[in-house]
Design a protein around this ligand. Structure first.
Ligand code: PNS
Length: 166
């Protein structure tokens, strides 16, 4: 089985993430969406909330159950190894992302030479969307419905209301 890992914070998941998942799914038998449990930044949403939002978002994408969503902590390459995946997939929106992703791929290659990183360019119409902007729009009382997966929008909106504004 050819398995890919799509890791991220998904805080919250956006249409850009969903598009990368749809395209990555065409490249593998199983896509593991690996949600970072706690990174260097404090997540706005809990792990359970981020997993719930992702599950709602992929409902229409994955009738065959080829997407597995779960939390991970520690080194990404350890998770990739443990779940028997062949490669990591990440989206690239712009040159800034490219420099960051290229460095991360290189570090991961030093840590585990047998796992490749596949970088997928974001569609231009989705390239400006980020979880950071979604959180900023919410903080400033603006709508962000257009940038979130239709099925998870209500959940995300509700979840925002039950988190402290930071
Ligand atoms: O959505 P993000 O926040 O850009 O995702 C970043 C993520 C989760 C892919 C990255 O922080 C990560 O892989 N963290 C796990 C720790 C790790 O393996 N770091 C790389 C070597 S220093």
């Amino acid at each position: 089985m050819y398995r890919l890992v799509y890791p991220g914070s998904f805080d919250p998941p956006t249409l850009g993430h969903l598009d990368i998942m749809a395209r990555a799914l065409r490249l593998c038998d199983e896509l593991r969406v690996a949600v970072l449990i706690s990174g260097s930044k404090q997540a706005r949403f809990s792990l359970d909330q981020r997993i719930d939002m992702l599950k709602l978002a992929v409902e229409d994408l994955d009738s065959a159950g080829r997407i597995v969503i779960e939390g991970f902590s520690g080194l990404l390459v350890d998770y990739v190894q443990a779940c028997g995946a062949q490669a990591v997939v990440r989206g690239v929106r712009n040159t800034q992302d490219f420099y960051y992703e290229n460095d991360m791929a290189e570090i991961n290659r030093h840590l585990s030479a047998q796992h490749e990183t596949i970088l997928l360019p974001a569609k231009p119409e989705l390239a400006f969307i980020s979880s950071t902007f979604i959180k900023e729009l919410d903080r400033l009382g603006q709508d962000y419905q257009a940038w979130l997966p239709v099925s998870s929008y209500s959940y995300t909106k509700e979840a925002f209301q039950h988190r402290p504004v930071v």
